[in-house]
Design a protein around this ligand. Sequence first.
Ligand code: SF4
Ligand code: SF4
Length: 342
Amino acid sequence: MDEAGVGRRQFMKYCAGMTALMAMPPMATTAFAKQLRAARRPSVIYMPFQECTGCLESLTRSFAPSLESLIFDTISLDYNHTLQAAAGHAAEEARLEAMEENWGEYILIVDGSIPTKLNGMYGVSESHTFMEQLEQTAEGAAAIVAVGVCAAYGGVGAAYPNPTGAVGVADLIKNKPVINVPGCPPIPEVMTGTLVSFLANGVPDLDAHLRPRAFFGNTIHDRCYRRRFYDRGLFAKSFDDEGARNGWCLYELGCRGPTTYNACATIKWNGGAGWPVESGHGCIGCSEPGFWDQGGFYEPVTAKLFTERGESIAAAAAGVAVGAAAGLASKARKKKLASETE
Ligand code: SF4
Ligand code: SF4
């Protein structure tokens, strides 16, 4: 770090930023810095499968830490199709070498879903199916981080009629810790934060869908700045009406914030410049299992919508509760408006 011109103050500032991002108490900063300083640069193998490179595009826009600092200061990125100079056999050799040298210790990052139909023949590289490559590389990994909703739950590749039989990493790999960082794409700081957290403290506390609770512990709705309008029953009726322009809640336009767990409303996007709901579009639930088919992009969240699309009982219950609350708030508002008019 000294050689790279990173001073103690800068390093501690970075550690404090990470602990704040992960909602850890301030005293965790010192412990975090100690563990991070002690950590040897661990080998990371990044395998892209059935994907669009959007997750890597997002990762390269991380600002805390930046991708450069992550690659050069914290991890040793030994294999990544898109970023590495080597190609073909040379690239394949780099992967096998990194696996052999770091057996049992490397972190495997996966983006993209894994096609399983026709014994995985929809995805083949270097004469091996993606299924075989995943199973082989997972064998010597300390843990697997599945970035993007596709690697986590099948995502866009698994959308109806799922012609390739796309699945997520945890559907295939059962004998290694899998940490899901879903999103389409995931927030870059959530990806880098999860990696750094793993380096410092091992597998973080995960929810039922294997997502780190530090970043996926709250719904978008819990932290949304439009929430005060939701609570008052003020809903935009179209994307360009006066309500929408005044920041009213987008629930009736299909916002999935009430049933979507992610950190968009707090960490935001593009270095904290903004986030989708702030830009005027409802959340489409990109970090939830079932995205894309269960997006419900422009229908209000209701129990009917959930049950028709086969979503979980918990999601249906949340949908009912939110729908009922929205209905009551809306009725109360109409009553108030009526009495004011009288
Ligand atoms: S429904 Fe959507 S726009 Fe409305 S408060 Fe919740 S997250 Fe925000
Ligand atoms: S607001 Fe919702 S759909 Fe948009 S990026 Fe965040 S979780 Fe995904």
